[in-house]
Design a protein around this ligand. Structure first.
Ligand code: SF4
Length: 248
Protein backbone atom coordinates (compact mmCIF):
# COMPACT_ATOMS: atom_id res chain seq x y z
CA UNK A 1 0.00 0.00 0.00
CA UNK A 2 1.23 3.50 -0.75
CA UNK A 3 2.52 5.63 2.08
CA UNK A 4 -0.05 8.41 1.60
CA UNK A 5 -2.93 5.95 1.65
CA UNK A 6 -1.48 4.08 4.62
CA UNK A 7 -1.01 7.30 6.61
CA UNK A 8 -4.18 9.12 5.69
CA UNK A 9 -7.01 6.93 4.41
CA UNK A 10 -9.66 6.30 7.04
CA UNK A 11 -13.34 5.57 6.82
CA UNK A 12 -15.21 7.91 9.14
CA UNK A 13 -18.93 8.18 9.87
CA UNK A 14 -20.83 10.08 7.22
CA UNK A 15 -18.34 9.38 4.40
CA UNK A 16 -20.97 7.91 2.07
CA UNK A 17 -23.27 10.87 2.75
CA UNK A 18 -20.49 13.32 1.92
CA UNK A 19 -19.76 11.53 -1.35
CA UNK A 20 -23.48 11.54 -2.23
CA UNK A 21 -23.79 15.26 -1.40
CA UNK A 22 -20.75 16.09 -3.51
CA UNK A 23 -22.09 14.11 -6.43
CA UNK A 24 -25.49 15.81 -6.17
CA UNK A 25 -23.78 19.20 -6.01
CA UNK A 26 -21.76 18.47 -9.14
CA UNK A 27 -24.78 17.08 -10.99
CA UNK A 28 -26.87 20.15 -10.14
CA UNK A 29 -24.09 22.55 -11.11
CA UNK A 30 -23.50 20.73 -14.42
CA UNK A 31 -27.24 20.89 -15.19
CA UNK A 32 -27.47 24.58 -14.29
CA UNK A 33 -24.42 25.59 -16.36
CA UNK A 34 -24.53 23.43 -19.47
CA UNK A 35 -21.27 23.73 -21.43
CA UNK A 36 -20.07 26.50 -19.14
CA UNK A 37 -18.61 24.74 -16.12
CA UNK A 38 -14.99 23.76 -15.58
CA UNK A 39 -12.94 21.97 -12.93
CA UNK A 40 -9.85 24.11 -12.40
CA UNK A 41 -7.68 21.23 -11.29
CA UNK A 42 -4.40 21.65 -9.46
CA UNK A 43 -3.88 17.91 -10.00
CA UNK A 44 -3.66 17.53 -6.20
CA UNK A 45 -5.38 14.71 -4.32
CA UNK A 46 -8.67 16.59 -3.86
CA UNK A 47 -8.95 17.46 -7.53
CA UNK A 48 -8.16 13.88 -8.50
CA UNK A 49 -11.15 12.78 -6.41
CA UNK A 50 -13.38 15.28 -8.22
CA UNK A 51 -11.93 14.19 -11.57
CA UNK A 52 -12.82 10.59 -10.73
CA UNK A 53 -16.38 11.60 -9.80
CA UNK A 54 -16.76 13.56 -13.04
CA UNK A 55 -15.52 10.62 -15.10
CA UNK A 56 -17.35 7.91 -13.14
CA UNK A 57 -20.69 9.71 -13.46
CA UNK A 58 -20.03 11.16 -16.93
CA UNK A 59 -20.68 14.69 -15.77
CA UNK A 60 -20.37 17.33 -18.51
CA UNK A 61 -17.69 19.33 -16.71
CA UNK A 62 -14.51 20.40 -18.54
CA UNK A 63 -11.12 19.64 -16.98
CA UNK A 64 -8.49 22.37 -17.11
CA UNK A 65 -5.24 23.06 -15.29
CA UNK A 66 -2.84 25.95 -14.93
CA UNK A 67 0.51 24.89 -16.34
CA UNK A 68 2.61 27.58 -14.71
CA UNK A 69 5.87 26.46 -16.26
CA UNK A 70 7.26 25.70 -12.78
CA UNK A 71 5.30 22.56 -11.90
CA UNK A 72 6.98 19.35 -10.74
CA UNK A 73 7.49 16.68 -13.41
CA UNK A 74 5.38 14.35 -11.22
CA UNK A 75 2.47 16.80 -11.39
CA UNK A 76 2.63 17.15 -15.17
CA UNK A 77 2.84 13.36 -15.53
CA UNK A 78 -0.69 13.11 -14.15
CA UNK A 79 -2.17 14.79 -17.23
CA UNK A 80 -1.53 11.88 -19.65
CA UNK A 81 -2.50 9.47 -16.86
CA UNK A 82 -5.90 11.15 -16.48
CA UNK A 83 -6.40 11.22 -20.23
CA UNK A 84 -5.51 7.54 -20.61
CA UNK A 85 -7.48 6.28 -17.63
CA UNK A 86 -10.64 8.32 -18.02
CA UNK A 87 -10.60 9.22 -21.71
CA UNK A 88 -11.03 12.88 -20.79
CA UNK A 89 -8.93 15.73 -22.15
CA UNK A 90 -7.23 18.10 -19.72
CA UNK A 91 -6.83 21.64 -21.02
CA UNK A 92 -3.47 23.26 -20.18
CA UNK A 93 -3.47 27.01 -19.66
CA UNK A 94 -0.05 28.64 -19.69
CA UNK A 95 1.18 32.14 -18.88
CA UNK A 96 2.10 34.49 -21.74
CA UNK A 97 5.60 33.33 -22.77
CA UNK A 98 6.95 36.78 -23.54
CA UNK A 99 5.90 38.21 -20.19
CA UNK A 100 7.52 35.25 -18.42
CA UNK A 101 10.79 35.90 -20.25
CA UNK A 102 10.72 39.59 -19.34
CA UNK A 103 9.84 38.81 -15.71
CA UNK A 104 12.68 36.33 -15.35
CA UNK A 105 15.16 38.58 -17.13
CA UNK A 106 14.21 41.46 -14.85
CA UNK A 107 13.80 39.68 -11.53
CA UNK A 108 15.65 36.36 -11.83
CA UNK A 109 14.62 32.72 -11.82
CA UNK A 110 13.95 32.69 -8.07
CA UNK A 111 12.33 36.11 -7.79
CA UNK A 112 9.57 34.65 -5.62
CA UNK A 113 12.08 34.24 -2.80
CA UNK A 114 13.13 37.91 -2.93
CA UNK A 115 9.98 39.54 -1.59
CA UNK A 116 6.28 38.91 -1.06
CA UNK A 117 5.43 41.40 -3.78
CA UNK A 118 7.63 39.60 -6.32
CA UNK A 119 6.16 36.27 -5.25
CA UNK A 120 2.67 37.65 -5.74
CA UNK A 121 3.69 39.13 -9.09
CA UNK A 122 4.94 35.70 -10.17
CA UNK A 123 1.65 34.09 -9.06
CA UNK A 124 -0.29 36.82 -10.87
CA UNK A 125 1.64 36.21 -14.06
CA UNK A 126 1.82 32.42 -13.99
CA UNK A 127 -1.51 31.60 -12.31
CA UNK A 128 -4.01 34.44 -12.16
CA UNK A 129 -3.62 35.66 -15.74
CA UNK A 130 -4.07 32.16 -17.23
CA UNK A 131 -6.94 31.52 -14.79
CA UNK A 132 -8.74 34.59 -16.05
CA UNK A 133 -8.52 33.21 -19.62
CA UNK A 134 -9.46 29.71 -18.47
CA UNK A 135 -12.63 31.11 -16.90
CA UNK A 136 -13.64 33.31 -19.81
CA UNK A 137 -16.99 32.14 -21.13
CA UNK A 138 -17.60 29.91 -18.10
CA UNK A 139 -20.43 30.62 -15.69
CA UNK A 140 -19.28 28.17 -13.01
CA UNK A 141 -16.07 26.53 -11.82
CA UNK A 142 -15.35 23.67 -9.50
CA UNK A 143 -12.56 23.60 -6.93
CA UNK A 144 -11.24 21.13 -4.36
CA UNK A 145 -10.98 23.66 -1.53
CA UNK A 146 -11.66 22.15 1.89
CA UNK A 147 -12.37 23.95 5.17
CA UNK A 148 -9.75 21.87 6.92
CA UNK A 149 -6.89 23.03 4.66
CA UNK A 150 -6.10 26.28 6.47
CA UNK A 151 -7.48 29.04 8.64
CA UNK A 152 -8.10 31.10 5.51
CA UNK A 153 -10.35 28.36 4.17
CA UNK A 154 -12.22 27.55 7.38
CA UNK A 155 -15.35 29.34 6.21
CA UNK A 156 -15.44 27.91 2.67
CA UNK A 157 -19.00 27.09 1.65
CA UNK A 158 -20.12 24.48 -0.85
CA UNK A 159 -21.17 27.14 -3.35
CA UNK A 160 -20.40 30.82 -3.54
CA UNK A 161 -20.08 33.57 -6.12
CA UNK A 162 -16.64 34.75 -7.19
CA UNK A 163 -15.89 38.41 -7.79
CA UNK A 164 -16.96 38.12 -11.42
CA UNK A 165 -20.34 36.68 -10.40
CA UNK A 166 -19.56 33.12 -11.49
CA UNK A 167 -20.72 30.23 -9.36
CA UNK A 168 -17.82 28.61 -7.55
CA UNK A 169 -18.52 25.07 -6.46
CA UNK A 170 -16.24 23.94 -3.64
CA UNK A 171 -17.24 20.33 -4.05
CA UNK A 172 -15.25 18.94 -1.11
CA UNK A 173 -15.76 21.79 1.34
CA UNK A 174 -16.74 19.49 4.22
CA UNK A 175 -14.43 16.57 3.40
CA UNK A 176 -11.54 15.64 5.66
CA UNK A 177 -8.07 14.61 4.46
CA UNK A 178 -8.97 11.08 5.63
CA UNK A 179 -12.06 11.17 3.37
CA UNK A 180 -9.98 12.21 0.36
CA UNK A 181 -7.57 9.33 0.81
CA UNK A 182 -10.29 6.84 1.65
CA UNK A 183 -11.95 7.71 -1.66
CA UNK A 184 -8.62 7.42 -3.51
CA UNK A 185 -8.02 4.01 -1.98
CA UNK A 186 -11.57 2.82 -2.62
CA UNK A 187 -11.51 3.74 -6.31
CA UNK A 188 -7.79 3.36 -7.02
CA UNK A 189 -7.61 6.96 -8.17
CA UNK A 190 -4.24 7.97 -9.67
CA UNK A 191 -2.45 10.63 -7.63
CA UNK A 192 0.76 12.63 -7.50
CA UNK A 193 3.56 10.47 -5.99
CA UNK A 194 4.82 13.56 -4.16
CA UNK A 195 1.97 12.93 -1.71
CA UNK A 196 3.87 9.79 -0.71
CA UNK A 197 6.89 11.99 0.07
CA UNK A 198 5.02 14.17 2.61
CA UNK A 199 3.84 16.86 0.23
CA UNK A 200 0.18 17.25 1.29
CA UNK A 201 -0.33 20.47 -0.68
CA UNK A 202 1.51 20.67 -3.99
CA UNK A 203 2.11 23.87 -5.92
CA UNK A 204 5.01 24.99 -8.10
CA UNK A 205 8.36 23.26 -7.61
CA UNK A 206 10.30 26.25 -6.19
CA UNK A 207 7.48 27.09 -3.79
CA UNK A 208 6.63 23.70 -2.29
CA UNK A 209 8.51 21.49 0.14
CA UNK A 210 7.69 18.40 2.18
CA UNK A 211 6.22 18.93 5.65
CA UNK A 212 7.44 17.41 8.89
CA UNK A 213 5.39 15.55 11.44
CA UNK A 214 3.14 18.00 13.26
CA UNK A 215 3.39 20.77 10.67
CA UNK A 216 0.13 21.98 9.26
CA UNK A 217 -1.30 21.15 5.85
CA UNK A 218 0.00 24.15 3.94
CA UNK A 219 3.26 24.61 5.87
CA UNK A 220 5.20 23.46 2.79
CA UNK A 221 3.84 26.23 0.58
CA UNK A 222 5.88 29.49 0.46
CA UNK A 223 7.40 28.39 3.77
CA UNK A 224 9.66 31.44 3.95
CA UNK A 225 6.65 33.78 4.27
CA UNK A 226 4.51 34.69 7.26
CA UNK A 227 1.24 32.79 7.46
CA UNK A 228 -1.07 35.70 6.52
CA UNK A 229 0.55 36.18 3.09
CA UNK A 230 0.31 32.53 2.04
CA UNK A 231 -2.31 32.43 -0.67
CA UNK A 232 -1.57 32.72 -4.38
CA UNK A 233 -4.74 34.67 -5.09
CA UNK A 234 -6.57 31.98 -7.05
CA UNK A 235 -9.16 31.75 -4.32
CA UNK A 236 -8.89 35.24 -2.93
CA UNK A 237 -9.78 37.56 -5.77
CA UNK A 238 -9.72 37.80 -9.51
CA UNK A 239 -6.68 38.88 -11.49
CA UNK A 240 -5.07 41.99 -10.04
CA UNK A 241 -4.14 43.47 -13.39
CA UNK A 242 -1.69 45.91 -11.86
CA UNK A 243 0.42 42.99 -10.69
CA UNK A 244 0.51 41.48 -14.14
CA UNK A 245 1.41 44.81 -15.70
CA UNK A 246 4.15 45.45 -13.12
CA UNK A 247 5.94 42.38 -14.37
CA UNK A 248 5.91 43.37 -18.00
S1 SF4 B 1 3.73 29.28 -6.74
FE1 SF4 B 1 5.83 30.11 -6.94
S2 SF4 B 1 6.57 29.64 -9.02
FE2 SF4 B 1 4.33 29.26 -8.93
S3 SF4 B 1 3.44 31.09 -9.72
FE3 SF4 B 1 3.49 31.35 -7.49
S4 SF4 B 1 5.47 32.31 -7.00
FE4 SF4 B 1 5.56 31.60 -9.13
Amino acid sequence: MSRAIELNARHTPGFEDRVARTLALLQTAAAEHPGRIVLATSLGAEDMVITDLIARHQLPITLATLDTGRLHAQTLALIPQIEARYGLAVQRWQPPAEQVIVFERTHGHLAMRESISLRKACCALRKLEPLSRLLQGQSAWVTGLRREQSGHRAEVSATELDEAGRTKVNALADWSWADVWHYIQLHQVPYNPLHDAFFPSIGCEPCTRAVSLGEDFRAGRWWWEVEDAKECGLHVSQVPQNLVKETA
